[in-house]
Design a protein around this ligand. Structure first.
Ligand code: SAM
Length: 282
């Protein structure tokens, strides 16, 4: 019998395979190749995994796995990786990211089993790219706690971080979370990224109070990523601005020094220019 050229043997080990978060077109060629050629698929939910594999025209043995499965289930799976190629998928997106797999990866690595990752869709990153919020620094913090006190405490803990914060959220909890952000993280721009890659994809970016009003009037359907922009730059005192200008004037022309300090502090460039002229005259 001739072998289908797309079928080949995969080396034994663990393959972490990202799958789509809504749009089935978002599966990579490599993911299809590994799912086609692996020996076993470890998955969160065999029904959800079965549907994806059926859509791809693939039939493979499925084994349910989550990090709360008992230790012996994990040991059996890690043992299988010594002789078989095991693909790990979650219900959607990248395994391990608010999904099972972390303990499996730790155990496999500890036992020198080869681990390979196949990157792909991830709701946190998709939401960040769509939100219009700064993306040079971000912190992914998973789901906010459902209890009000714990949620407020977690937001307060994160309040000093100079980065965009990314959370996974559910429709029924969204408005409560927006109100908590309004209280704990004042003066932030927030984005609600919903139904990413699906027909009704949207990202609304606004003040939390405005978003809370909107989603009270229009209860949100579907899956949500909630993003909180970084804190506004701390106010710079006149003395601090003078010190920065003096330092900049040591090496830069007046206009360049004013522009540099304006960029650093968010203060008005023209005002800084006038002050820099005064300081030069002193
Ligand atoms: N591992 C997944 C990933 O890489 O994005 C996330 C799994 S986590 C259990 C599921 C949460 O991700 C949802 O409750 C929602 O907050 C977010 N999510 C997943 N798909 C989404 C989508 N299409 N649009 C917006 N958020 C989504």
């Amino acid at each position: 019998m001739t072998r289908n050229p797309s079928e080949h043997t995969l080396a034994p080990g663990l393959y972490i395979v990202a799958t789509p978060i809504g749009n089935l077109g978002d599966i990579t060629l490599r993911a299809v190749d590994v799912l086609k050629n692996c020996d076993l698929v470890a998955c969160e939910d065999t029904r959800v995994a079965g549907k994806l594999l059926k859509h791809l025209g693939i039939s493979k043995p499925l084994r349910r796995y989550d990090d709360h499965s008992d230790a012996s289930a994990r040991t059996r799976l890690v043992d299988a990786m010594r002789t078989e190629a095991v693909a790990l998928i979650s219900d959607a997106g990248t395994p391990l990211i608010s999904d099972p797999g972390y303990r499996l990866v730790v155990d496999a690595r500890q036992q020198d089993i080869p681990v390979t990752t196949l990157p792909g869709a991830c709701a946190a990153i998709a939401g960040l790219t769509l939100s219009g919020l700064p993306n040079d620094r971000f912190l992914f913090a998973g789901f906010l706690p459902s209890k009000e006190k714990a949620r407020s405490e977690m937001l307060a803990q994160l309040s000093g971080i100079d980065a965009t914060l990314i959370f996974y959220e559910t429709g029924p909890r969204l408005v409560k979370s927006l109100h908590a952000i309004e209280r704990e993280l004042p003066q932030r721009t927030v984005s609600v990224a919903r139904e990413l890659t699906k027909l009704h994809e949207e990202a609304r970016t606004d003040e939390p109070a405005i978003l809370a009003d909107h989603y009270t009037a229009h209860p949100p359907k579907g899956e949500i990523v909630l993003l909180v922009g970084p804190p506004p730059p701390a106010e710079t005192s006149e003395m601090e601005a003078d010190a920065l200008l003096m330092k900049a004037l040591e090496t830069l022309k007046t206009s360049q020094a004013a522009a540099e300090v304006a960029r650093k502090t968010g203060l008005d460039r023209k005002t800084l220019y006038v002050r820099a002229m005064e300081l030069r005259g002193k």
